[in-house]
Design a protein around this ligand. Structure first.
Ligand SMILES: Nc1nc2c(c(=O)[nH]1)N[C@H]1C(S)=C(S)[C@@H](COP(=O)(O)O)O[C@H]1N2
Ligand SMILES: [Mo]
Length: 441
């Protein structure tokens, strides 16, 4: 018998053939996956949606990274420049609603894409149990790209979602994990698109989305079976049409949108943004009743530290200077109408801030055009107690050390006695309870 002779010649091939013909039971067997709508068309339709959504998420995420001024010492969560440090342009101070829009989009889109990502994973799940696991070097490469793709998707979405829900127990900085995770994920996406774009286009050309949306359950049938493909070898009777499945995913995404977007957009939508921790914020109608990130109590700000003994220290000039709050209030005050926009996607509407211009304080310290300023809070430790702002941010006439908001003194929770507010600045760089400003060359 020739096969026997071949096996004797090549025992490896014999073992391979035996392994291929004997998959482990359960999900590794072709008959296990039976959905009649699983196939290249549904996967392609979901893939096309992600092909639009994911690049927008990645781009807005990179903008958020830039907004943190990672080129200034101490601002980069990785404590020093890593391999992916890149600063193609310095973050501008206008438009003042810029970060509110880009970060609101980043977070809202991330939540809206969750049902689509889950559906896409569901649509290709038999591939995860492909048998044999590795057939050839090329196949190994394809599987590695899938590992980056699926692992990267789960990791990046999970860290992002946990962060916006204020679950801070990451083993490591969120900033580092999410940033590097996103790069690996996008590397997986790029490889996957390079491999599959042609198939996707062919599937959606052969059968248009608008045509499929006319097919009801009674007319739903499996796509042609191809060995090693996505279509089930033993399809069950359909219980939902592809139109129905896409509708379900769309309804999931729409629900996410409605329950999330209000935390960024504000207005009447804020009350229904039930998925957003800062969404339904309705403390009251007072001048200080807009959303608070970390309260004075949470930051352990002692009343004694912000009382009569408080001084603003101005450092970096020829000699250190110190001012009481009354002295600051006696300086030329400027008014700026600006929102707070947090990296976690929530933002307040415009608030009317009143305070001393940062550039006036720089001039007082004896530095006309500083390259940066190191801002320090009374708050001890933690990542938010200090940070650096760039020269263009100091120079903007709307960049303030704010003392008052909406016509009254800042509340303790909003940073009394004084806080930074800079147009188009991520919330986290608007340091509260400021005690010292060090202007640098
Ligand atoms: N000292 C200090 N300043 C801080 C923070 C902080 O935790 N400590 N949180 C920052 C973050 S993340 C945001 S979004 C804004 C929120 O400002 P608000 O609480 O006045 O709305 O404050 C920023 N300033
Ligand atoms: Mo924030």
């Amino acid at each position: 018998m020739s096969t026997g002779a071949e096996e004797r010649r090549s025992p490896v091939r014999g073992v391979n053939a035996w392994v291929t013909e004997h998959p482990p039971p359960g999900p590794f067997r072709t008959g296990f996956w039976r959905s009649p709508i699983r196939g290249p068309w549904l996967t392609s339709a979901l893939g096309a949606l992600l092909l639009v959504g994911l690049p927008v998420m990645f781009a807005t995420g990179l903008l958020s990274y830039l907004a943190y001024n990672p080129w200034l010492p101490g601002n980069d969560g990785r404590h020093g420049s890593g391999i992916l440090t890149f600063v193609p342009f310095h973050w501008p101070t206008s438009p003042e609603w810029g970060y509110r829009v880009t970060q609101g989009l980043h977070v809202t889109l991330g939540v809206v894409l969750v049902p689509i990502v889950l559906a896409k994973l569901w649509s290709v799940i038999p591939k995860l149990f492909e048998w044999p696991a590795v057939r050839s070097p090329a196949h190994a490469l394809e599987r590695l790209s899938l590992f980056l793709l699926v692992g990267g998707a789960i990791f990046t979405f999970a860290t992002g979602l946990l962060n916006i829900q204020y679950w801070y127990r990451f083993p490591g900085s969120f900033y580092v994990l999410h940033f590097y995770g996103a790069w690996l994920f996008m590397a997986g996406v790029a490889m996957h698109v390079a491999l599959k774009f042609g198939d996707m286009r062919a599937a959606l050309r052969e059968h248009r989305v608008r045509d499929e949306l006319r097919v009801d359950l009674a007319h739903t049938s499996p796509e042609p079976y191809v060995e090693g493909g996505l279509v089930s070898a033993a399809p069950a009777e359909p219980s939902i049409s592809r139109r129905g499945a896409l509708g379900l995913v769309g309804a999931g995404s729409a629900t996410m949108l409605v329950m999330m977007a209000g935390q960024s957009i504000g207005g009447p939508f804020r009350r229904i943004s039930l998925l957003a921790p800062r969404g339904g914020f309705t403390a009251g109608e007072g001048p200080n009743d807009f959303a608070v990130n970390i309260t004075a109590a949470e930051a352990a700000i002692m009343p004694a530290a912000v009382g009569a003994a408080w001084r603003l220290e101005l450092l970096g000039g020829a000699a250190p200077l110190a001012f009481t709050r009354a002295q600051l209030l006696a300086m030329p005050l400027h008014t700026a109408t600006l929102p707070i926009a947090c990296v976690e996607g929530w933002s307040t509407g415009d608030q009317i801030w009143q305070g001393v211009r940062l550039r006036d304080l720089a001039a007082l310290a004896g530095r006309e055009r500083p390259g940066s300023v190191f801002v320090q809070s009374i708050q001890e430790g933690g990542a938010f107690g200090q940070g650096r702002l760039a020269g263009n941010q100091i120079a903007d006439p709307d960049s303030l050390l704010a003392l008052r908001v909406n016509g009254v003194d800042l509340s303790m929770d909003h940073g009394f006695p004084a806080r930074v507010i800079v147009p188009n600045n991520p919330g986290v760089r608007n340091t509260k309870w400021v005690r010292a400003l060090t202007f640098e060359a």
